[in-house]
Design a protein around this ligand. Structure first.
Ligand SMILES: Nc1ncnc2c1ncn2[C@@H]1O[C@H](COP(=O)(O)OP(=O)(O)O)[C@@H](O)[C@H]1O
Ligand SMILES: [Mg+2]
Length: 183
């Protein structure tokens, strides 16, 4: 995929399919250690140890509509192509965590993409799921939690047009400032 944000969208989709009510997306960009890390954690139904063992194999899926599962295996290949790796931990009934790393400066590492729009899409399409987004760039850090937003807007739907445009502006500003405003 051309942007890491598309992988993120795809991996979060697994969490949604697994019935998660809280999904945490954590991005770390660190030039000093030359690493980009993405962690996606959910409280969905989790996987059995049998599924977990085979899950990054493209020919394994519990889907009934198509025989191959691609999301995790594609992400794993992308990471390994960039000198990184993917690790998944999962407990049945508790949840799943997918952790992936990339060498930051690797020539084949695709850009992160538009995390602000990715997050907004997720929040708008899944107003009843809560998302925690953490993004660190070197020593700057940003944190966004839909549970806090929902408290602030007191009963107004989180996908209300005005709330969405406020969140868009807020996310764009905050993420931009992580990069020292140079993005
Ligand atoms: N967060 C998750 N929670 C529970 N099961 C998961 C999760 N992510 C992946 N899985 C399991 O791993 C399988 C493979 O996932 P993936 O590679 O994205 O392919 P697909 O979604 O097309 O099946 C899924 O079908 C599902 O059974
Ligand atoms: Mg999938």
């Amino acid at each position: 995929m051309r942007e890491l944000s598309l992988h993120i969208l795809d991996i979060v989709q697994n969490s949604i399919s697994a019935g998660a009510t809280l999904i945490e997306i954590d991005i770390q960009e660190d030039v000093a250690s030359d690493l980009l890390g993405i962690d996606i954690k959910d409280n969905g139904r989790g996987m059995s140890s049998e599924t977990l063992k085979t899950v990054s194999d493209p020919f394994v899926t519990t889907r009934t509509t198509r025989k191959v599962g691609l999301g995790l295996s594609l992400l794993k290949s992308a990471a390994e192509l960039c000198g990184g790796q993917m690790n998944i931990s999962s407990t049945l009934g508790k949840g799943t965590e997918v952790k992936v790393t990339f060498i930051y400066s690797h020539i084949d590492r695709v850009p992160l993409g538009d995390m602000s729009e990715t997050l907004l899409t997720l929040v708008m399409c899944n107003p009843h799921i809560d998302f925690i987004y953490r993004h660190a760039v070197n020593k700057s850090e940003f944190w966004f939690d839909t549970r806090e937003i929902k408290q602030m807007i007191e009963g107004v739907e989180i996908n209300n047009t005005e709330v969405v445009s406020w969140m868009r502006q807020y996310l764009n500003e905050q993420i931009k400032s992580l990069y020292g405003g140079v993005l």
